[in-house]
Write a protein that binds this ligand. Structure first.
Ligand SMILES: Cc1cc2nc3c(=O)[nH]c(=O)nc-3n(C[C@H](O)[C@H](O)[C@H](O)COP(=O)(O)OP(=O)(O)OC[C@H]3O[C@@H](n4cnc5c(N)ncnc54)[C@H](O)[C@@H]3O)c2cc1C
Length: 317
């Protein structure tokens, strides 16, 4: 018996689109990705990108998706070419005693002793080992894996509406991130703007230091450089603000007890935060084709990527 697989078109080539693309192509579906920008040019290319549930709703869906993704990323950390590694995250608070989230306890999270050097800048913190995706490697790895499974990537394609996807595709997966605001007129989406500075590797920094209390601060060592952050403001402005970069670098340097480093690059991205929660559901286009929406992951697109891609595949059956 010959099984004819649906042809699948994925709109979007950030972490959500690439992960869904890999998931469908490796299941044997003829799959093509279409996107205005791909991989490192997207919001995903500006991310930290630590595994950590942050700025995404609702928790009862976000945490299970995150934990499924965690397991897949632990496996990928054994593949050096993936750019995924396991790293100690030190998560700090600026006021009172930090609460270890329930989901972090089974992962081995523990309170950070006050003698740890960075603790002096904060009031308390917890530590947990989590996956880190080096976006300078991981997004290319996903794209290469997709192509190796027979997938096709089409860049510089702008859709006004999803019905513009070539009618030879039976199924459309919408992974447009903040672009879904215009693409499917979803005004539940808010641009949570984030700015980061890329600097050289910092001597002796082998763990990620994060504080989500204002001013938001993080220092994330990657294979060849280090990401200093950050910001989270309601704004569509994609231009880096030099004064913000100065503020980020000053705060990270203060916490790490280092001289202010030279900034190699600044990146800005719009976290696709959706007020009513991540949209992962089946719908119908005006021409009758099935669309699965998978967008609105806010500050957790990497953290939810494999869990959400798995649910998209389950919806299709
Ligand atoms: C500074 C910063 C730090 C972050 N840190 C983390 C972190 O540590 N961990 C984490 O999990 N997440 C983090 N995030 C959040 C994460 O980056 C996002 O959740 C994630 O990138 C969303 O991925 P996506 O693939 O859904 O969207 P995007 O990466 O935005 O990709 C959307 C894709 O759709 C395409 N597209 C949009 N509209 C159209 C259209 N009309 N026609 C054709 N193509 C279109 C775009 O070109 C692009 O290819 C961070 C974000 C920022 C900005």
């Amino acid at each position: 018996m010959i099984v004819v697989m649906d042809r699948v078109a994925v709109a979007g080539a950030g972490v959500s689109g690439l992960t869904c693309g890999v998931s469908f192509a490796e299941r044997g579906y003829p799959t093509a990705i279409f996107a205005e920008e791909t991989g490192r040019q997207t919001t995903s290319g500006a991310a930290g990108a630590l595994w950590f549930p942050y700025d995404a709703m609702p928790p009862e869906k976000v945490i299970p998706w995150a934990l499924q993704t965690f397991d897949t990323l632990v496996d990928l950390a054994r593949v050096p070419a993936s750019g995924v590694s396991m790293i100690e995250l030190r998560q700090f608070s600026r006021s009172g005693k930090i609460q270890i989230p329930d989901w972090a306890i089974p992962l081995g999270a523990c309170v950070i002793p006050s003698k740890v050097a960075e603790s002096r800048a904060f009031t308390s913190g917890f530590s947990v080992i989590i996956p880190l995706m080096d976006t300078t490697i991981y997004l290319d790895y996903l794209a290469d894996r997709f192509v190796a499974a027979g997938g096709e990537i089409n860049a510089n394609v702008h859709f006004e509406k999803l019905e513009d996807v070539d009618s030879k595709f039976d199924l459309v997966i919408n992974c447009a991130g903040i672009g879904a605001r215009e693409l499917v007129q979803d005004f539940e989406l808010e641009p949570h703007r984030g700015q980061v500075a890329i600097i050289s590797k910092v001597d002796n920094l082998s763990c990620a230091i994060v504080c989500d209390d204002p001013p938001l601060m993080y220092a994330i060592p990657r294979r060849n450089d280090c990401v200093f952050g950050g910001t989270n403001d309601l704004s569509d402005n994609l231009a880096p603000d030099p004064a913000t970069t100065d503020r980020i670098v000053a705060e990270c340097s203060r916490v790490l007890h280092i001289d202010k480093p030279r900034v190699h690059a600044e990146r800005v991205g719009l976290r696709p935060y959706r007020k009513s929660g991540v949209r992962l559901e089946r719908d119908r286009l005006r021409d009758g084709r099935t669309v699965i929406h998978n967008y609105g992951h806010g500050g957790s697109g990497f953290t939810l990527s494999w869990g959400c891609a798995g649910d998209v595949a389950r919806i299709v059956g």
